[in-house]
Design a protein. Structure first.
Length: 430
């Protein structure tokens, strides 16, 4: 209550002084949140922003009273999270903010200046917009730091969801199956030897159809072992069991059954979602600004490094070992190995995506510090299995993250001093 009394006293003194002079509009404190405040103007500005967005998207809004309650609740939650960021010493620098805004502009095929013009053309103050972005970045980082450690995802949960994803995909997929049957003919050992020989020939490039005509005892031998396209539910059980995880071009076998030994191939698939992953191989040098190493010094030092490297006077890998602040890659001469570029922070990812193979970047700033990076190579790999595992993890993580964010925010709110001084909030609480 001490803060409230001080605020009220200051407001009264200011109003008294203005009463003696010319009356001026005075902003009002609408909500007390611990040692912070939410002003009436903040609520009004957010109300205006929400209404403008709803008008542009054609969205229906609740009554002003209900909307104001929602806005106040959102501002309280944001205030608590920003206070947490301040206690953690989490600060988004102007350089980080500018980098984010440049990435936002680039994603819309705009320059930063064009983005600014578009924002101001809507009547929005650009400086206020920059601070709103800084606020969002700060809140996002606080949430990741505080909530991520509360989330537990077991391998069993991932495997169960991967199985469901795979089953759904198999229901829509069709496989063009080739089949060769080597029957026992009274001698299982000899049959196995013939089957192994058939498999060896096929792996060496023998034509499957001709091999089936010559060696198969199966029902489709005269058709070159070709069973055509079949859904997983339409094919013989033996086929369904062995090709569940198969891909185009796979040769499977020999598989033993009561009839003999089977060799199966997948000529083609359709309706099956295949994920191709574009990976990059890169290496970098990272310098982290500190009280000793300023932002400008870090950038200048990297520029000097690259001048030496391009002139042949220094080795990039050796510079990384000596100077990089990324201990994991520094020991390997800055080598980051093969990776999906989307695993990197946006500034690093976007820089890699713009480079040609072998090209070095100019020094650039990311949330980690100042980098120079070289794109060593690119490749495309079949990542269907890994993609499904990643998809399952992300689905589980997003679901649990949302749950835990809400729980964490409620815990913060329950432990905070909050007093709503105007009508329309959730009520006074301390």
């Amino acid at each position: 209550m001490k803060l409230r009394n001080l605020l009220m006293g200051a407001a009264a003194a200011l109003m008294f002084g203005q009463a003696l002079a010319q009356p001026q509009p005075l902003d009002e404190v609408a909500v007390l949140v611990n040692d912070g405040v939410i002003l009436k103007s903040e609520i009004d500005d957010r109300m205006t922003s929400v209404k403008r967005g709803a008008l542009q998207s054609g969205q229906q809004l609740p009554s002003d009273s209900a909307l104001r309650t929602q806005v106040i609740d959102r501002l309280i939650a944001e205030s608590l999270q920003l206070q947490m960021a301040e206690r953690m010493g989490l600060v988004i620098s102007d350089i980080q903010l500018d980098q984010t805004l440049e990435n936002m502009a680039r994603e819309q095929n705009l320059t930063l200046e064009t983005l600014r013009e578009e924002i101001e053309s809507d009547g929005t103050n650009y400086a206020a917009y920059r601070e709103s972005v800084r606020r969002e970045i700060t809140i996002g980082q606080v949430q990741r730091i505080q909530v991520q450690r509360r989330i537990q995802i077991s391998p069993q949960e991932i495997n169960t969801l991967v199985d469901l994803i795979n089953e759904q995909g198999l229901q829509d997929a069709e496989f063009h199956v080739g089949h060769i049957l080597i029957d026992f003919a009274g001698d299982e050992t000899a049959a196995r030897e013939r089957a192994d020989k058939v498999l060896e020939m096929l792996n060496d490039g023998a034509d499957f159809g001709q091999t089936a005509l010559a060696a198969s005892s199966g029902p489709k031998a005269l058709e070159g072992g070709d069973w055509g396209f079949m859904n997983i539910n339409e094919m013989p059980t033996l086929f369904a069991e062995v090709i569940k995880d198969a891909k185009k071009g796979d040769i499977i076998g020999p598989v033993k059954s009561g009839a003999g030994f089977h060799v199966i191939t997948i000529f083609d698939t359709r309706g099956q979602e295949v994920q191709e992953l574009a990976e990059v191989n890169s290496r970098h040098i990272l310098l982290k600004p500190s009280p000793i190493l300023s932002e400008d010094m870090a950038q200048t030092l990297l520029e000097e490094f690259m001048t030496e490297v391009k002139a042949g006077d220094a080795d990039f890998a050796e510079l990384a070992r000596q100077h990089s602040d990324d201990p994991g890659s520094a020991a390997r001469g800055g080598d980051l190995g093969w990776a999906d570029p989307n695993m990197y922070v946006p500034a690093f990812r976007d820089t890699l995506n713009r480079l040609d193979v072998g090209e070095y970047s100019e020094p650039f700033r990311s949330s980690h510090g100042w980098h120079v990076v070289q794109l060593v190579d690119r490749r495309v790999t079949d990542a269907t299995d890994q993609a499904n595992t990643d998809r399952a993890y992300q689905l589980l993580f997003r679901r649990k993250f949302g749950e835990q964010v809400n729980a964490w925010q409620e815990e913060m709110r329950a432990g905070a001093y909050i007093e709503v001084l105007e009508r329309g909030g959730r009520g006074s609480r301390s």
